[in-house]
Design a protein around this ligand. Structure first.
Ligand code: ATP
Ligand code: MG
Length: 283
């Protein structure tokens, strides 16, 4: 551990959630209660999954206002993800893949519609409960992974655990275990900014999983990597999925990653439609 003060909380929030951590437009849907609703039909479910829905989205609309105009990105979107599934979201750049993942992670609010995640109605949670939800229930691998460049791999992975109030010894022990698991046992003390692109992706995956979330959300986890490193990340995600019985929703342009998921859904004009993926087909 370097001889310097540990990162302040605010800095962590700035770095990890720069885009949309604040929730000033809380509960636009006026929902109440936190029980899972009756199943949503419309998207086929995977035979690989165990039956319990971890994600249940109904009639989700998300729009952004720009001056006097409104950009509708998601419109009447429904999604149900069962425990143990890997669901790939594909679609061209700008289709709304990141927007959807941010809403599922409670990093952004729907314009309307309901989002249930890990048994919680996100529209019914107060800010403190949402913060706890993000910290405990969701592991997020960011499109630009937001590692803290000046901090070690071990510190980056330990950080969400320390925010939970877990002791330093336990947080760092868990961080080391996960870094070993993703093949970075020899890079524990490297500063994140000095790691290769593929290694940084591995740290981001270890950080997302160290808290044992109910749901892993990965936004282009192979983005910016060469084919060999991308393939290594795909294999790693597959191995971790099976070893830890994860439920995973990922956004990707990578046909190999999409094809190795249980289900592929394409974002098309604001809604998700089942899709088959052929080599080179993704936008
Ligand atoms: N905070 C925001 N304010 C205004 N517009 C936004 C905001 N966030 C996203 N958008 C717009 O919403 C659309 C969807 O963006 P999003 O990042 O979700 O696409 P994406 O499918 O993830 O694309 P990519 O494959 O390039 O990552 C884009 O047109 C984008 O410009
Ligand atoms: Mg994106």
């Amino acid at each position: 551990m370097p001889a310097r003060t540990f990162m302040p909380l605010a800095m962590y929030h700035d770095c990890v959630a720069a885009e949309s951590w604040s929730r000033n437009a809380m509960n636009p849907t006026g929902n109440s209660g936190s029980q899972m609703p009756a199943p949503v039909h419309g998207c086929s479910e995977s035979r690989h999954a165990a039956g319990r829905a971890v994600v249940e989205v109904n009639k989700l609309r998300k729009s952004f206002r720009s001056g006097t105009s409104e950009l509708v990105v998601l419109d009447q979107l429904s999604l149900r993800v069962l425990e143990g599934e890997i669901v790939a979201i594909v679609g061209p750049s700008g289709a709304g893949k990141s927007t959807l993942l941010h809403v599922l992670a409670a990093l952004d609010t729907p314009t309307s519609g309901t989002v249930y995640c890990a048994g919680r109605d996100l529209g019914a949670l107060a800010d403190a409960e949402l913060a706890e939800f993000r910290n405990r229930q969701v592991g997020f691998v960011w499109q630009r992974h937001h590692l803290l460049a000046d901090f070690s791999a071990e510190e980056n992975v330990a950080m969400p655990l320390l925010l939970r109030g877990i002791s330093r010894a336990e947080a760092f022990g868990t961080a080391r275990d996960w870094l070993n698991e993703v093949g970075l046992g020899a890079r524990l003390h490297h500063r994140a900014g000095e790691l290769s692109g593929g290694e940084q992706h591995r740290v981001a995956i270890a950080r997302a999983l160290a808290g044992r979330p109910s749901l892993l959300l990965a936004d282009e986890p192979t983005g910016d990597l060469d084919a060999q490193n991308a393939e290594a990340i795909v294999s790693l995600l597959e191995r971790l999925h099976h070893a830890h019985r994860l439920t995973t929703v990922l956004a990707t342009h990578n046909p190999h990653l999409a094809r190795r998921s249980h289900r592929v859904l394409k974002l098309d004009r604001g809604v998700l439609v089942p899709s088959a993926v052929a080599e080179g087909e993704l936008g």
